[in-house]
Design a protein around this ligand. Structure first.
Ligand code: NDP
Length: 287
């Protein structure tokens, strides 16, 4: 039976540490970090994510500004708002909640945020920094996954890691971070043949698919570490569930994360960490 790694608990510990650090900023730098979040429209999931991010900011003692814009806003108007925030010296981090309405080109919007304020780590310059191992902002979910592994001193070096999913925000960057930590990494996707066999080779299995309970016990090697990134709705109960068939997989894994309470809270705490890092770079301070 696996040990359940609680991302919720770990994120709370991290938040306490950040709160203590932020409490020193006013005296040291004369101001507090400020995160500006742009929400376009009223998508309920996005509203809930943005609310959670704002709440975390306040809990840590940082300043949060949520800018709600009408769903029908033009791309030019949105870009103008981003330009204002880019130029606003009191703003340290800018986040545009995705997905955006269909008439807006998300890439264009992400590219418009100055890399120094891109707390999501999605700007091409930050993506390049990750791949070139240069200083930059790491994307929150992959960063949180590595922190979860490190919190239990799980050895990454020399291990076989399989990442199921190859998105720009989760699958690919977490594969790169695992590679940087000297794992041997396979990235699987919807066209992978013999997915069960591929997954069964994993010492560390990362599920970032977006399909409820997609990873079943027969796909998991005995003693594997299983990290569930998925956030799905159970069709029958309407409750949140992950990409991993938790009840059965936990019997085979050595460590496992849960949904909810796993990678989700870590993503938010890493966003807070990124905001602090952007602030410190902005004011010329050290952590
Ligand atoms: P995407 O939809 O962008 O990517 C899903 C990936 O899964 C794709 O690479 C796709 O392959 C692959 N895939 C789909 N079907 C299969 C299949 N049958 N076999 C193997 N691979 C398959 O999703 P994201 O990466 O954005 O998110 C993944 C999940 O993680 C979602 O549930 C999302 O909600 C959640 N998430 C959670 C976060 C958190 O904070 N906890 C943060 C971000 C995401 P292909 O490329 O071939 O299409």
């Amino acid at each position: 039976m696996a040990i359940i790694i609680s991302g919720k608990e770990l994120s709370l510990q991290k938040k306490e540490q950040m709160k203590a650090l932020v409490a020193t900023f006013l005296a040291k730098y004369g101001r507090l970090p400020k995160l500006s979040v742009i929400l376009v429209g009223n998508n309920p999931a996005s509203v809930s994510y943005v609310t959670g991010k704002g709440k975390s900011c306040v809990e840590i003692g940082m300043i949060n500004e949520t800018i709600r814009l009408d769903e029908n806003i033009t791309q030019d108007e949105l870009l103008k708002k981003i330009d204002e925030l880019n130029k606003d010296d009191s703003v340290d981090g800018i986040l545009v909640q995705l997905p955006l309405p269909k008439h807006i080109d998300s890439n264009c919007v992400i590219n418009a945020i100055v890399p120094e304020k891109d707390v999501d780590g999605f700007h091409p310059q930050n993506v390049a920094s990750l791949y070139l191992k240069q200083k930059g902002t790491l994307p929150c979910t992959p960063k949180g996954i590595i922190q979860v592994l490190d919190s239990k001193n799980i050895t990454i070096e020399g291990k076989r890691a399989v990442v199921v999913g190859r998105s720009n925000i989760v699958g690919l960057p977490v594969a790169k971070l695992l590679l940087d930590r000297n794992a041997t990494v396979t990235v699987a996707h919807s066209k992978t043949s013999n997915l069960t066999e591929v997954c069964k080779e994993a010492d560390i299995l990362i599920a970032a698919v977006g399909k409820a309970r997609f990873i079943t016990a027969d796909m998991v090697k005995d003693g594997a570490v299983v990290i569930d990134v998925g956030v799905n709705r159970d069709e029958n109960t309407g409750k949140l569930c992950g990409d991993v068939d938790f009840d059965n997989v936990k019997e085979k894994a050595s460590y496992i994360t849960k949904v909810p309470g796993g990678i989700g809270p870590m993503t938010i705490s890493c966003l807070m960490e990124n905001t602090i890092e952007c602030f410190l770079a902005h004011v010329g301070g050290n952590k």
